[in-house]
Design a protein around this ligand. Structure first.
Ligand code: AP5
Length: 216
């Protein structure tokens, strides 16, 4: 069992790799982005509050996302948790450390997915996902085998995200560099950071992450 954080800018491949870990290692993916998008469609007060913030590419408040993680972290998991898109600020990182202590768990690894910013526009603007099973695709690098049909579950509900535009990506990247990238130093200083080449093919990135998890 391992609890791991996948850290990297928008489009680094966190969601893609998290899903592989869920399938291969019985881990639970905790994606604050997915949780917030669910809240948006559920029509709750919180969902309405976060919709505009997310569409602009800004970060949602620490209180909201810490609350979301707090609800999930108490559940039992055989394989451990993959934190995908959380933490994103130093306050969130401190809160996660406290939550893990409080629930008798520990953080086993933080994997920084290193990418070149120049590839991110193409990755983000070409991405689409299955609205039914959340499989992730890309117009050129990973299209569905049959156009308009999810390879995994056969659904025709393929979607693009409202914030997957060049304009919103500029804000998302700025938020990443201002608020999230300091976590690289934070986890390095704690001796928990490992880096993998996020520009490598998906399989090779998965192998590199597996090596990090296996050597703990
Ligand atoms: P979130 O949903 O977390 O988005 P993100 O961090 O911007 O990351 P993405 O999902 O865009 O990218 P990814 O790294 O998962 O890449 P993927 O695997 O899909 O957050 C969205 C918003 O929610 C935030 O802007 C904020 O408003 C809010 N939010 C969420 N968490 C928050 C928090 N903790 N605090 C505050 N606010 C929060 O891959 C991208 C594409 O590239 C895909 O098409 C894929 O097929 C392709 N690809 C992946 N890997 C490779 C590869 N190795 N080679 C070639 N192509 C690849």
């Amino acid at each position: 069992m391992a609890n791991v954080i996948l850290l990297g800018p928008p489009g680094a491949g966190k969601g893609t790799q998290a899903k592989r870990l869920v399938d291969g290692r019985d881990m639970i993916q905790l994606s604050t982005g997915d949780m917030l998008r669910e809240a948006k469609t559920s029509g709750t007060e919180m969902g309405r509050k976060v919709a505009d913030v997310m569409a602009r590419g800004e970060l949602v408040t620490d209180e909201i996302v810490i609350g979301l993680i707090e609800e999930k972290i108490a559940q039992n998991t055989a394989g451990g948790f993959i934190f995908d898109g959380f933490p994103r600020t130093l306050k969130q990182a401190d809160a996660l450390a406290e939550l893990l202590v409080r629930t008798g768990q520990r953080l086993d690894a933080v994997v920084e997915m290193q990418v070149d910013d120049a590839v991110l526009v193409a990755r983000i603007t070409g991405r689409y996902t299955c609205g039914n099973c959340a499989a992730v695709y890309h117009d050129t690098t990973r299209p569905t085998m049959v156009e308009g049909t999810c390879d995994v579950c056969g659904s025709h509900d393929l979607r693009r995200r409202a914030d997957d535009t060049e304009e919103a990506l500029k804000t998302r990247l700025m938020e990443y560099y201002k608020k999230t990238s300091p976590l690289i130093g934070y986890y390095y200083a704690k001796g928990q950071l490992s880096a993998v080449d996020g520009l490598a093919p998906v399989e090779a990135v998965a192998d590199a992450i597996a090596k990090v998890l296996d050597k703990r």
